[in-house]
Ligand binder design. Structure first.
Ligand code: SPV
Ligand code: MN
Length: 672
């Protein structure tokens, strides 16, 4: 093994002004090392030499980062696998992982070349929010929406369940970059798991950076570490499953589950750490968001980039793929660049997309990959009949039999409560490379410079209150749009029901106090470092208004999936000053004539009555929503007064509008 260089942790030791002392990195016991028992590089090297065969030892010898080697050795010492496989991301190593996953029956081949099926246990079909905890130190302020565990309690769990958990198994170790290597907001991470499926997914979803890992860890001053063990993978074990995230040490532990949202913690586990890092260590410089990134082509072939937040299961992937230059569908690492522009990269390079309701009509490009040839796809929790996957809402004929996440399926099958058993789970997913999608702008997505973002959007599942699109008049109002997202619960979290507040659609992934995150939003979007005209416009989007809530005789959602193109198209024009808008208390609304033209562009009539239903301000609903937010935020300590100022002003203006026009203000009244 080569000489081990010492890592300098610049970002950890110097704390910028304004940082909340409540999040101190490297504070308290490093649980992985406490349980693994290894503290020096000499001990770590001895373990690696002892436990790795010659080939894998030779691979790991290329990694010189002392801390990384100690962490890997600790994971080995703790989990006691029979074998260790070091994944360097070569085609041979990738193939080994695919074969391993098949040999362990974590995946099974489907008829189409490159397609496999993976089933998670029926109890493990989505993020296990009630079994997900942040590991914290005594006295640390936490998000009121998250669960936390004090360090000693977490240590007790890990000591009980993780030692020897990989006996009889192979541990796989992979090195990834969350973003194009070298990008200002990219961070490296290590994924360690006994699951071939988890590493197979990691290879599709993240950039393997084995060769660049040392340099990236040195450049950024930190990396994250994820340790997952599925154990025996039985339903009886799922109650013992835990997803534990050590904020102070950037380490995650995941046990007794397989669903990628619970196990591939490169994704939401490390996203949470990135949110912490941006909030407490990169104030005014960076944001870490639950956002798609996509480009829309406007007049003269200009490309305008959007970054948009939406809660899980609310159409983020569909929106992203509507763009002419699709970059990412789930996460965005954002920074304010030297040139005064807002830049974004996708920390991922693949899609872990919900398949329910994906069909030719709404998602033609994704369908080409799913039903066409030539794309590697890992399917999860769908129905398989004769080697072919089927899912609810695919717009195709449903077979009369098959196997899904609940075993044999047949028409008329019911669950224990007598409800019809679905052909596929609502959160069943497909995992594939983003570059397989026809409109993916792969070169731009791989550029460490990121793409310049001109439009930021926020959306939820809101059946009765906000219009399909509206634009904040300034950045404070924009931040408040993000703070005010509400959404109906979706199938992406186990046990979630009802309508809930979903601040920035990022709330499930904000570890610290919401007030701190909000301050970071105000600081970023109001930064004086934005050059002229380069601060983004900020908008709300809502695809879920219903006929019922707009006094119509019809039922269901107003409009359809493909209308997204119009809402984004209008924002593209508005961002460049190419269309005028109606000034209202909640922000700027589109004019009917401009939308009619854009609808004609997607071959649709756009009747005036539909516009009126979509854009009339239902003032009491909006006031009710503001009150809900004010009540909730006033219980949260330290919320910036600016938020309340914006709400109060909107309330005042809405009340005077109501006095003038009544409870329902039609857009043409406002335009007058
Ligand atoms: C989401 O639920 O927001 C996802 C999938 O993107 S998961 O990995 O489960 O978070
Ligand atoms: Mn997501």
């Amino acid at each position: 093994m080569r000489e081990i260089s010492t890592l300098t942790i610049a970002s950890y030791t110097t704390k910028p002004e304004g940082v909340n002392p409540m999040l101190e990195l490297r504070k308290g016991d490093d649980i992985l090392s406490t349980v693994g028992g290894i503290t020096s590089i000499t001990e770590a090297q001895a373990i690696l030499k002892d436990k790795l065969d010659a080939e894998n030892f030779s691979k790991i010898s290329k990694i010189t980062n002392t801390e990384a080697l100690i962490k890997i050795a600790n994971a080995i010492n703790m989990c006691a696998p029979d074998h260790v496989f070091i994944n360097t991301g070569t085609p041979e190593d990738q193939q080994w992982i695919r074969d391993y996953s098949l040999s362990q029956e974590e995946e099974a081949p489907l008829t189409k070349a490159g397609h496999t099926i993976h089933f998670d246990l029926p109890q493990d079909q989505a993020r296990l929010v009630n079994q997900t905890y942040y590991i914290i130190n005594e006295g640390e302020e936490m998000s009121s929406l998250a669960k936390s565990l004090l360090r000693p309690e977490a240590l007790t769990y890990i000591k009980e369940y993780m030692p020897n958990v990989m006996q009889g198994k192979t541990m796989i170790v992979g090195f990834y970059s969350r973003g194009p290597v070298g990008a200002a907001a990219a961070l490296p991470a290590i994924e360690i798991s006994s699951s071939g499926y988890v590493l197979h997914s990691a290879e599709i979803l993240y950039r393997n950076c084995f060769a660049a890992f040392d340099a990236e860890a040195a450049r950024t001053g930190l990396f994250f570490t994820n340790v997952h063990a599925e154990g025996d993978n039985t339903s009886a074990d799922v109650p013992n499953a835990r997803i534990l995230m050590d904020r102070s040490w950037g380490t995650t532990f995941s046990t007794f589950c397989t669903y990628a949202g619970n196990t591939l913690l490169l994704k939401k586990g490390n996203h949470r750490f990135s949110v912490d890092y941006a909030t407490y260590y990169k104030l005014e410089e960076q944001l870490s968001e639950h956002m798609f990134i996509t480009g829309m082509t406007g007049p003269g072939d200009r490309i305008t980039f959007f970054a948009g937040a939406a809660p899980s299961g609310c159409g983020k992937t569909t929106t992203a793929m509507v763009g002419s230059h699709f970059i990412g569908d789930d996460l965005a690492q954002i920074w304010l660049a030297e040139d005064g522009t807002m830049r974004a990269i996708n920390p991922e390079k693949g899609i872990f997309g919900i398949v329910e309701d994906v069909n030719q009509e709404g998602d033609p490009n994704l369908m080409d990959c799913l039903r066409g040839d030539g794309t590697e796809v890992i399917w999860s929790n769908v129905l398989v009949n004769d080697g072919v996957p089927y899912w609810a809402g695919n717009g195709e004929e449903t077979p009369q039999s098959g196997v899904n996440f609940q075993g044999e399926w047949f028409p008329g099958k019911t669950d224990a409560e007598g409800n019809p058993a679905p052909i596929s789970h609502k959160n069943s997913r497909c995992t594939l490379l983003a570059s397989a999608i026809k409109n993916h702008a792969t070169d731009l997505a791989e550029d460490p410079a990121g793409v310049p973002v001109k439009v930021v959007t926020y959306s939820g599942r809101d059946a009765d209150t906000m219009p399909p699109v509206w634009v904040a008049k300034n950045s404070n109002e924009g931040v408040v749009i993000g703070a005010s997202i509400v959404s109906r619960a979706t199938a992406t979290e186990v046990g979630a029901t009802g309508v809930r507040r979903q601040p920035w659609a990022n709330a499930p992934f904000i570890p610290g106090a919401l007030a701190d995150y909000m301050k970071a939003q105000f600081a970023f979007y109001n930064s004086a470092k934005f050059s002229d005209n380069n601060a983004p416009i900020m908008a709300g989007l809502n695809y879920f208004l219903t006929h019922e809530n707009r006094g119509s005789n019809e039922a269901g959602i107003l409009g359809e999936k493909k209308d997204v193109r119009v809402w984004l198209g209008w924002l593209e024009l508005f961002a460049h000053g190419d269309v005028e808008a109606i000034d209202t208390p909640i922000g700027y609304l589109p004019k009917y004539g401009d939308l009619k033209i854009l609808f004609a562009g997607i071959d649709k009539e756009y009747p005036r009555e539909l516009y009126d239903m979509q854009f009339a301000l239902y003032i009491d609903n909006i006031l009710g929503r503001i009150q809900l937010q004010k009540d909730a935020y006033s219980k949260e300590p330290g919320i910036p007064q600016t938020l309340f100022d914006v709400y109060n002003q909107q309330e005042k203006d809405l009340l005077s509008l109501k006095e003038q026009f009544g409870a329902i203000a039609l857009p043409q009244m406002l335009a007058a």
